[in-house]
Write a protein that binds this ligand. Structure first.
Ligand SMILES: *[C@@H]1O[C@H](CO)[C@@H](O)[C@H](O)[C@H]1NC(C)=O
Ligand SMILES: *[C@@H]1O[C@H](CO)[C@@H](O)[C@H](O)[C@H]1NC(C)=O
Ligand SMILES: *[C@@H]1O[C@H](CO)[C@@H](O)[C@H](O)[C@H]1NC(C)=O
Ligand SMILES: *[C@@H]1O[C@H](CO)[C@@H](O)[C@H](O)[C@H]1NC(C)=O
Length: 520
């Protein structure tokens, strides 16, 4: 079993938030507030290795919502919002927001309570969700032993487990240590909160409820391993949809969480996705095996999983390869498999940062260009997903089917979509032959990534040769709307009268909480 530091979960609050099936249709853009946008549109330098605040704010995010929405995202997941350790520590400043000191105050570097409320309303006006990232597991201290009195509201030593630091070997051998010892180190201890204590759980429950009401947020929680039971308590009290992240590569380990919560952020899939596409010697069959195993190991199949290629804790995919074909194939996957796609900001601009802190680059340095190939790629994938859901009302809850897989290629069907991926790279001309792809005999298809035509054979199968190692996403031309955003020139389907966006409660609340792996 692989070392797993984190368990986190997406959640939504019942009286106000959308249902799990509403979440299924979402597409999430994840960002680090300090690094996404400045309020005045300026472009200050931002050297990630300095680990200092660079100037992004909640008001800054509001100014760039067109950029996010133009790509087709309808939910934004922001980094933690509460007051953190101030000033320079051995590991720089708390620009990422994961070093909580006071859960009842906001981090003033990012703005005021009114600014955060304004961000929530601006999103809701666009029928988008807001997710806020919150740390539940620990408080961060700039000294060891910590000054417990400086924390709020858990401000006495008895609110915390005794100090001992989790050792790398504990993840395989000592679950007690994983649950009760501390993350961090002597320079910046992350004091582990005693979340087995009912009073602490009650305090958190009230706090979460207030947070959601104060800022009309819409739902995600993150817990470290030790907070497993606590997460389940929260679920019982408030939550209708929980997507929990367990940083582990085994579906057998992650699966049981889905028995109590709705879903997981799909780390098992991330491991095989990353290794399958980061080189031409990757193993796509291993990715296929993970999908099939998670479909049976997870309670709701894969339907509610958070599906991602990058996040703030992992080296960016484009630090592993610069081959544009491999990148486009890998980026396609979260949008064509089951679950809710999550894109980590900057991937669309070709950012190449490696491990933390390099993977938290300032997005303003990209100029937010919207005509870059990967921006277009993401936009097409989001649009294709919505078009597929318009054509098949069960699209989101139809299990993706592996029609063929080899170490170098895969064909997956999620009607009306057939995705053909390969890891042979830019200099290859991959070929896919699928005897029965589920299309009608001789049906006219289009690769939505290029708008080129393909005709199914008399059995509804396909034989396709790609160029430049690029992926293809085939859909029947009849499933595309003439007034839609996916290849409108070749579309033959009805001109759509209404937006494909499902109406959502304008007051829907979401709360996003994620515990960071702070030291790598
Ligand atoms: C597991 O870790 C705890 C906390 O550090 C320690 O007290 C206990 O002795 C460890 N157990 C084993 C079997 O090593
Ligand atoms: C919510 O607002 C109330 C009233 O202003 C305040 O007392 C409380 O601390 C806030 N809670 C959170 C979690 O923001
Ligand atoms: C998980 O990772 C470990 C260590 O790299 C490896 O030995 C194991 O086979 C992997 N398990 C799965 C299910 O991929
Ligand atoms: C690729 O993955 C499959 C499925 O896990 C496995 O059976 C096969 O041995 C792997 N092939 C290589 C070359 O590692």
């Amino acid at each position: 079993m692989l070392a797993h530091l984190l368990v986190s979960s997406l959640l939504a609050v019942p009286s106000l938030a959308a249902s799990a099936s509403d979440w299924q249709s979402r597409s999430i853009y994840q960002l680090v507030t300090d690094r996404f946008a400045t309020p005045d549109g300026s472009s200050p330098s931002c050297d990630t290795s300095n680990r200092k605040y660079c100037g992004g704010t909640w008001n800054g995010i509001v100014t760039k919502l067109d950029y996010i929405q133009n790509m087709g995202f309808d939910a934004v997941w922001i980094s933690p919002i509460v007051a953190n350790v101030e000033g320079e520590t051995a590991y720089g400043e708390a620009f990422h927001g994961y070093w909580t000191q006071d859960i009842n105050s906001l981090n003033s570097h990012f703005g005021t309570a009114d600014d955060l409320k304004a961000l929530a309303s601006a999103l809701h006006d666009r029928k988008m969700y807001l997710m806020v990232d919150v740390v539940i597991n620990h408080m961060a201290a700039a000294t060891n032993p910590p000054n417990y009195g400086g924390f709020s509201p858990f401000n006495t030593q008895s609110d915390f487990h005794n100090e001992c630091f989790i050792q790398a070997t504990d993840y395989d051998n000592n679950q007690t240590a994983v649950e009760q010892c501390w993350l961090g180190d002597q320079n910046l201890p992350l004091a582990d909160i005693n979340t087995e204590d009912d009073n602490i759980v009650n305090t958190y429950n009230t706090w979460i409820s207030n947070l959601v009401q104060n800022y009309t947020v819409d739902g995600q929680l993150a817990f470290t391993q030790s907070e497993r039971l606590f997460a389940f308590n929260i679920h019982k009290l408030y939550v209708i949809y929980v997507c929990m992240q367990v940083l582990d590569n085994s579906t057998a380990y992650v699966g049981p969480y889905t028995q109590v919560l709705d879903a997981v952020l799909d780390y098992p899939n991330w491991f095989t996705l990353t290794s399958a596409f980061s080189t031409s010697s990757g193993n796509i069959s291993a990715l296929a095996a993970t999908v099939e195993s998670s479909q049976s190991a997870y309670k709701n199949s894969d339907f509610y999983v958070g599906s991602f290629l990058e996040n703030h804790d992992q080296p960016r995919f484009q630090s592993l390869t610069q081959d544009q074909a491999l990148i486009k194939n890998a980026m396609t996957w979260p949008f064509v498999q089951d679950g809710v796609p999550i894109l980590y900001y900057g991937q669309e601009q070709g950012y190449t940062g490696g491990a933390d802190p390099a993977n938290r680059e300032a997005l303003w340095l990209s100029g937010y260009e919207e005509d870059k190939p990967l921006v277009t790629h993401v936009k097409t994938l989001n649009a294709a997903r919505k078009a597929a859901a318009s054509a098949n009302s069960n699209f989101y809850s139809t299990a993706v089917k592996i029609l063929s897989s080899t170490p170098n290629s895969i064909a997956v069907s999620k009607p009306p979509m057939l995705a053909l991926l390969s890891n042979k790279g830019s200099s290859s001309s991959p070929e896919w032959t699928v005897a029965s792809a589920g299309f009608s005999p001789n049906e006219q298809l289009v690769d939505v990534l290029t708008c080129s035509s393909v005709t199914a054979d008399s059995n509804g199968g396909i034989t396709v040769q790609g160029s430049g190692g690029m992926p293809q996403v085939l859909m029947p031309i009849s499933a595309l709307s003439k007034s839609g955003t996916v290849c409108p020139k070749v579309a033959t389907g009805q001109a759509s009268s209404a937006s494909t966006l499902k109406t959502m409660l304008p007051t829907a609340l979401a709360l996003a909480i994620l515990v960071a792996k702070i030291f790598s």
